[in-house]
Design a protein around this ligand. Structure first.
Ligand code: CA
Ligand code: CA
Length: 100
């Protein structure tokens, strides 16, 4: 939970110029998908189900029956939406925390 709040906060702070959906920015893919089994979302890197979600109310809706990838959508204040995976967009990568 903390992680995604951190991500959203960082996006707002760092990328004001590229978060305007009117400029065609669909936001940031986060690596979740239900392309293996419709309605069963998992993280693609680990094949594990989500233990946290931040779906926009009414999402996922698999609009048109072909939305399988999860992104943080500027139009939804960076809450989650499922979108067609072939839609060009930015992406967020995860990396291990630095050792202490
Ligand atoms: Ca889907
Ligand atoms: Ca959707």
């Amino acid at each position: 939970m903390f992680t995604f709040n951190f991500v959203k906060h960082t996006i707002y702070q760092k990328t004001n110029s590229i978060t305007d959906p009117s400029q065609g920015n669909i936001g940031y893919y986060i690596g979740g998908s239900d392309m293996s089994t419709e309605g069963n979302f998992i993280w693609m890197h680990s094949r594990q189900p989500f233990n946290y979600t931040d779906w926009k109310q009414g999402m996922p809706d698999s609009h048109g029956n072909h939305e399988d990838c999860v992104h943080l959508y500027p139009l939804f204040h960076f809450q989650w939406n499922d979108i067609q995976c072939s839609t060009p967009g930015y992406f967020i990568c995860e990396k291990p925390s630095p050792s202490k």
